[in-house]
Write a protein that binds this ligand. Sequence first.
Ligand code: NAG
Ligand code: NAG
Ligand code: NAG
Ligand code: NAG
Ligand code: NAG
Ligand code: NAG
Length: 671
Amino acid sequence: VKMKLWQLQKHRVLLLLLLIALCQESHGKSVLESLDTVSSILHDVVKLAEYVQTAVNAFDGDHNTTAVSWEEESEKKNALMQFKEISRAINETQQQNFQYAMAAKESLEHFIGDNIPLMLQMLDITKTVDAISARYDEMLTYQTRKQKLEADTLVSFAHWVALPNEHSIEHQLKRLHTAVFGQLPFYSHGRDNATTICFLSLMTESYQLSTHKRCSLLLSPQQFVYALYMDIAITELKGYTMLEFSLMTLRLLGKGNFNEEIQLMRHNYAQRTAHAVSSLRAIMQRADRRVWRCDPDKHVHNATYDEVTRLLQGYVENEVDLNNDQSCGQTCPDYSATSSKGCYKQEFCSKQQQCQGDIYDCQFVDSDMRLCQSPTGSSRRYEFIEYENGVLFGRRQSCGRDTNAVESWRRWIFYNCHYCFCLCDEPKHRSDRYFNLRASVSDVEENRVVTGVRFVKHNRVFHLQIQQGQLLPRGVINASTVAWKPVDNYLISQSQVARNVDYHIMDYRNRGLNLDEVTMTDDKAFVVTGVKFRVSNNRLNLQVQFTKFNFEQGLLMQPKNTSVWQVKRYTTSFRQKLNLENLDVPTRATLKSVSSRDNQYLEFVNTGRSQDAAQTTVPFIDIQEVVSAQPLPLAGIGIYHKGSSGYGGFVAPKIINYDFTPHIRVPTQIS
Ligand SMILES: *[C@@H]1O[C@H](CO)[C@@H](O)[C@H](O)[C@H]1NC(C)=O
Ligand SMILES: *[C@@H]1O[C@H](CO)[C@@H](O)[C@H](O)[C@H]1NC(C)=O
Ligand SMILES: *[C@@H]1O[C@H](CO)[C@@H](O)[C@H](O)[C@H]1NC(C)=O
Ligand SMILES: *[C@@H]1O[C@H](CO)[C@@H](O)[C@H](O)[C@H]1NC(C)=O
Ligand SMILES: *[C@@H]1O[C@H](CO)[C@@H](O)[C@H](O)[C@H]1NC(C)=O
Ligand SMILES: *[C@@H]1O[C@H](CO)[C@@H](O)[C@H](O)[C@H]1NC(C)=O
């Protein structure tokens, strides 16, 4: 009796210790609280497996010699208490991954499509996962009914789970592993490469290719494979936990010693985990980390896109007003760069708004025309122009205002005073052509990093706005802190606000934009903390600020000399120009957009004459927010162009997620 009391005491102490261990982590948070996001799920799965082992070993140590009957010592049922704690932590981990795993799994069905072998493999995996989970849920019900539970019930369950037979959990786990990762290599120590062509990698590659699925899920392929793997890893953890507890139950109730079984089972689990994690690592290394937005279902001004307006715009003017002498002695193409000099004899020039800027690239189309002017307040000048020879500029429609009959005239017999079709570059109040040059930087002092970007037009100026969030240990972002940092609220009319310092203004000669992806090559010690534009070679150029950080602690390094501004560097200085001449208004496109390549640039330009009477400035600016479904630190930011053939398209940002691969390590703790 004395012996037993002592054991009981020791038992209680151990239980207490275990509970403390379960509820504490190095940072003073509970295990449950720290189960946050991407990087730490794997971390937590590993930790939980360790806890399971610790718990079981503690019981074993305590009950090494005496096996006592179930009725005698109800304290034994505390084995099930332990299971409760751990199962709660497992459930918590699963919940964290749940929505991403669901999204990833649902999307699988789209691109497996008619690949029957893959489909069958997928069904097989699902079946095995369900079988293990069902068994696990059954064990959970024992836990809740533990007061009424018969020892025999528990023993037969434990036998069923743990002892070799074709329904045993061990067998199911092997099956699952082979289906997902392929055969376990004999020599495996995380360095084999045969396994990289497995179900998981095929899935990831298919996902990577299905661009329209990606831009709607907003998970990069690296996040995608991680979420899928975690679903499997959690299932394996459930199986492992059941095995440990079942073998422990059998031992406790004197059904054998099972030392061999335990060692073998742990060895197998460790081998499978090492193999799985090294495969995951290899797949993640190859997986793309970019996130961008799809075309919206419907293009809505000021919600999904905005425009640079009246940068270069089709403009009808008579030759007589294009020179200082009121002469008609030349031809339209002679006026390649001029301005409006007056309004001769109150002709058509008195019925339209004069171009108060520079006039470029005049051409002759036909002498006489019918012209429909746009409503006042519109950023267009004309709806359409119909020339007498049948040529139509823009889309013919009913005209809100009266159409103007515009007719060239003859001066003496020699000269024709023709109407020319030119481009007007008028930097006035209806022309929004400004880009912010001030830096947008996250609150580094408060350990905030950039998690997303979007374009906004604010006070007529385009800004690349940043979304920021608090960085936590192991690359996790504190989701409740994620917010858009307000853009600088200045007006270009303010006296202290200066051109070329605070903002850039586009015109005929300065209207370029480089299409780049800015990253820090091969440096995993930095995350994005800011963006800005600079002008070089008359073109806007994206610059990204990177700040050094400590991955394990999740701390940005202070002071600020650990930050650098980076631009895209190419081995070749040659950039190709994206041709956007003679295109239609982007929102009229019916086909899906296709993205530009890197190392290109574009120039903002008027739409085509016949499509749109050259009234609109393209490309448009996509203002949809670009963030991951699950906020992550960034390794880079890019600007690209997307459009469908024949249309001016959109300029949009994209983000490149931080690369977690170097931090995916094969666990060494599990024996
Ligand atoms: C359990 O007992 C065996 C022999 O009966 C002994 O070798 C082993 O060290 C004991 N384990 C613990 C943890 O006390
Ligand atoms: C898991 O947690 C969720 C909520 O976090 C809860 O609704 C669910 O019942 C839990 N499942 C189990 C088996 O404990
Ligand atoms: C895989 O390993 C073989 C030799 O074992 C090697 O020849 C091959 O290049 C490796 N493949 C990759 C993708 O690393
Ligand atoms: C654009 O949308 C924002 C918010 O949705 C609104 O505050 C603003 O007035 C809108 N601007 C225009 C020009 O409609
Ligand atoms: C996450 O942010 C919330 C709100 O700011 C804060 O209360 C909480 O302490 C943060 N979590 C961590 C782990 O820092
Ligand atoms: C940053 O500044 C600190 C002190 O101001 C200095 O010790 C450190 O060497 C600097 N680091 C770099 C990379 O310049």
